[in-house]
Design a protein. Structure first.
Length: 144
């Protein structure tokens, strides 16, 4: 129960930060990606404002064996760069560049009633639901 409350509070804080910083505005994100046009560097400052405190937090977390809530700390992610990572990164980047949204801002954007964010969120959830069975089918076909 405590973990779910902490997750909800963290998600709400993250969504509030996205909204305040304007990162739910797709034109800001697309402006960041338009390096040879009307480039908008705002996202760089938002990313820097997120990366710096997280770097400090990761240093503290590396010294801990248990989380603040008492669960075991997760292991470090692997360093293998495989086809799953490359394909996932490509799909994430393509969606981000085409729609100007990624999962966090997409969820935060539904709070202000725009249909575009809701459609993107629905399509993203559908993709997440369909991905495991499609992946299992691809793995089965490639093993044969």
């Amino acid at each position: 129960m405590r973990r779910n409350l902490f997750a909800a509070a963290s998600g709400a804080l993250f969504g509030l930060g996205l909204t305040i910083s304007g990162m739910t505005d797709t034109t800001k994100v697309i402006g960041w990606l338009d390096v040879f046009g009307a480039w908008d560097p705002t996202l760089a400052f938002v990313m820097g404002g997120a990366i710096l405190p997280m770097a400090v937090a990761w240093r503290f977390a590396a010294r801990r064996e248990r989380s603040v809530l008492g669960s075991a700390m997760p292991s470090k992610p692997g360093t293998h760069i495989g086809h799953d990572l490359i394909l996932g990164s490509f799909l994430f980047g393509a969606g981000w560049g085409l729609a100007g949204l990624c999962p966090g801002p997409a969820m935060a954007s539904i709070t202000y009633g725009g249909i575009g964010g809701a459609v993107f969120l629905a399509a993203m959830i559908a993709g997440m639901v369909m991905a495991p069975p499609i992946r299992a089918r691809i793995d089965k076909l490639s093993a044969a």
